[in-house]
Design a protein. Structure first.
Length: 317
């Protein structure tokens, strides 16, 4: 199968996972339209241009936006870079999708400078666009993220210009929208070009910290499992969890402000139910499970209460 078509089908499958009523024909029509419109165009990497709209649509998909947003992502550069018009897209798809594409196009055409007054005006325009339809700014943020991920193919001058725009405009917008993971990636990618030496130093420090965190979490896991055993509770590794087992999971927060979380222990629910002599004494079974493990974990690591989360989990077939 053609690699581009494979990318599209992978996208469609992902969207279907959270949009069961997806109109796959309309989505495929949007892909075909964009592919035809951009047919003669190449990215700086030498790849067919359609790779970019598909990648943007995949990022939009990660945000689990609606069908119109995915379609608009596929079409987002058609008005800007091809002969397509708002009327064409409105006629073939819908006026709402055409408005989204046109909104992204207007943001793309904005000129950015580092002067504070003009930056504030640009931010204001973005918020005006967002007030009309927040999906416009979300699609534009996804567009910028993919462009930053592939910035290595641009000239040094363009790399610095785009990185400055990203740091001064797009990252703050993502922050205001509460999209911290996207904001951090934008900032990290921009820093790579604005301050390569500083970026390298930070990257090296994070690698060392990651190793230290990994070793610490292993020690934490061992201590929690040992303490749970005292109360008749036992932890099981993820690979050993049987089908449809109810579990209590202990998550440890890592990364910036505990944005990323990893499960460091699974506690078998049967063990919790049998542990009447331990802290699992509350009448409500689910609450007892959670509070029993939480009591053990927090007693062992009182200074890490904010990082540790105890919750019910379910492992299916």
């Amino acid at each position: 199968m053609d690699p581009i078509l494979e990318n599209y089908h992978a996208l469609e499958k992902k969207v279907l996972s959270y949009t069961p009523n997806l109109d796959t024909k309309v989505l495929f029509d949007a892909f075909t339209y964009a592919d035809t419109a951009h047919h003669s165009q190449l990215r700086k990497s030498g790849e067919p241009y359609i790779i970019h709209p598909i990648a943007v649509a995949e990022i939009v998909n990660e945000l689990e936006l609606d069908q119109d947003s995915i379609i608009a992502a596929l079409l987002h550069d058609c008005i800007e870079d091809t002969d397509s018009t708002h009327d064409d897209i409105a006629r073939l798809f819908s006026p709402q999708i055409a408005d989204l594409v046109e909104g992204v196009t207007k943001l793309t055409r904005m000129q950015y400078t580092s002067r504070e007054d003009e930056q504030m005006e640009n931010l204001r325009k973005m918020f005006v666009a967002m007030a009309k339809d927040v999906r416009v700014i979300l699609i534009k943020l996804c567009d910028r993220l993919h462009n930053m991920r592939t910035l290595q193919y641009q000239s040094d001058k363009k790399q610095k210009e785009k990185s400055l725009e990203t740091m001064e405009v797009y990252a703050p917008i993502a922050h205001r929208l509460g999209m911290q993971k996207l904001k951090w990636e934008l900032e990290d990618l921009a820093l790579k070009y604005l301050d390569p030496v500083g970026y390298h130093d930070v990257e090296q420090a994070l690698r060392e910290l990651t190793q230290e965190n990994s070793e610490f979490l292993e020690r934490m896991q061992a201590q929690i499992e040992e303490r749970l055993a005292v109360f008749g509770l036992w932890a099981v590794q993820g690979d050993d969890v049987g089908p449809a087992h109810e579990l209590v999971e202990i998550e440890a927060g890592i990364g910036r402000v505990f944005n990323e979380r990893i499960v460091i222990a699974h506690v078998h629910a049967e063990g919790l139910q049998q542990a009447r002599h331990g802290p699992a004494y509350l009448p409500e079974a689910d609450d007892a499970h959670v509070l029993a493990v939480q009591e053990v974990a927090h007693a062992l690591f009182p200074y890490a209460r904010a990082q540790l989360t105890v919750l019910m989990g379910h492992v299916a077939h």
